[in-house]
Design a binder for this molecule. Structure first.
Ligand code: UDP
Length: 327
């Protein structure tokens, strides 16, 4: 059986990745501390609870399953939080990843798929963000991910750790079958907060900043459907299995939506206006993050066909209304 070790497999993106891996014939082994993950989301393979900082536990999981590859999702990823407590991000994300990478190398598992972020690029006005753009993160989250990218390159040189790095733009939507979906504690992401506000589960949404240098004054992001995003990861495994060189891919569609545009689309899909008010900027937010790259399509054959804003909100809304969300 071809096991893939999926760190963070109990989280939003990791759980969707486990489903996609299962469909592609792999058996995902979820390694998750459950600090931000959700055990009910582990449905597609074995579950091993553990922390990335626990090297002995990692070693025993590698020995038990002998995975053919690692997919590394587990990370803290909140821009607001990382500005308050950068140590948390350097310890969990960077030290945790170092443990994982060293454990993988020690176990002879030399295929590694890593979830990185467009936050590594930072705030670069009027620059087309492709994989060769300068990486100038403006928050500790982006800095921690950039450090892990550097780590992977060093471990490839020294130990032959082949890797595919995916720099995500903004991920949204949910499994259309309703088996898994988006669930964070606490929730800080725009789409679920917006849907909560619509059906009264939370107070009105605060728009973080209306004085950005964008057409309507709110931040612009490039949103990708979570199912398209995880499809790219399965293609990334194939890339490594085909013995191709380590590579970085942006995962974005190239279309940007402002916060106000997302709210408008949501109104159109749900037929309900989003209760909202304007607030100050959130520290660490970039003005505009939109991918200018088609490398993933050209080289991996990635086809992000579900990543229209309408489809993402439709799938997120279906999940939201299913009641799983309240579990
Ligand atoms: N945002 C907002 N109000 C919220 C949450 C988010 O205006 O309550 C904005 C945020 O400033 C950013 C966009 O929505 O411009 C997406 O934020 P999110 O936290 O979902 O993802 P991020 O871009 O931080 O990865």
């Amino acid at each position: 059986m071809a096991y893939v070790l999926v760190t963070g497999g109990a989280g939003y993106i990791g759980s969707h990745a486990c489903k996609a891996l299962r469909a592609a014939g792999y058996t995902p082994v979820t390694y998750d501390s459950l600090v931000t993950g959700w055990q009910d989301a582990v449905k597609f393979g074995p579950f091993e609870q553990g922390d990335l900082l626990d090297r002995a536990r990692l070693d025993s999981v590698f020995a038990q399953y002998e995975p053919v590859a690692v997919m590394h999702f587990a990370a803290l990823s909140l821009v607001g939080e990382c500005m308050q407590d950068p140590g948390l991000y350097w310890r969990n994300n960077v030290s945790g990843s170092l443990n994982l990478i060293e454990a993988a190398v020690a176990a002879g598992c030399l295929n590694f798929v890593f979830s990185s972020t467009c936050a590594t690029y930072g705030d670069q006005d009027n620059v087309v963000l492709d994989e060769d753009s300068a990486q100038m993160p403006i928050n500790a989250y982006g800095a921690s991910k950039r450090a892990i990218e550097d780590m992977l390159a060093n471990f490839e040189t020294a130990h032959g750790l082949r890797h595919v790095i995916f720099r995500y733009f903004n991920v949204a939507g949910a499994d259309p079958d309703g088996e898994v979906g988006e669930f964070h504690r606490p929730e800080t992401h725009l789409v679920p907060l917006m849907l909560d506000a619509i059906d009264g589960k939370r107070d009105a949404l605060t728009i973080f900043g209306t004085d950005y240098d964008t057409p309507d004054g709110t931040c612009i992001r490039d949103y990708v459907h979570v199912c398209d995003l995880v499809d790219a990861h399965v293609l990334g495994l194939k890339w490594l299995a085909d013995d191709k060189k380590s590579r970085v891919f942006n995962l974005g569609t190239g279309t940007g939506f402002s916060v106000r545009e997302v709210l408008d689309q949501s109104h159109a899909v749900t037929n309900r206006a989003v209760p909202c008010h304007e607030g100050p900027r959130r520290a660490g937010d970039c003005t505009k993050l939109v991918s200018g790259s088609s490398r993933a399509k050209a080289e991996l054959g990635w086809n992000p066909h579900r990543s229209t804003m309408k489809q993402m909100i439709t799938d997120a809304w279906r999940w939201h209304q299913s009641g799983h969300y309240d579990a």
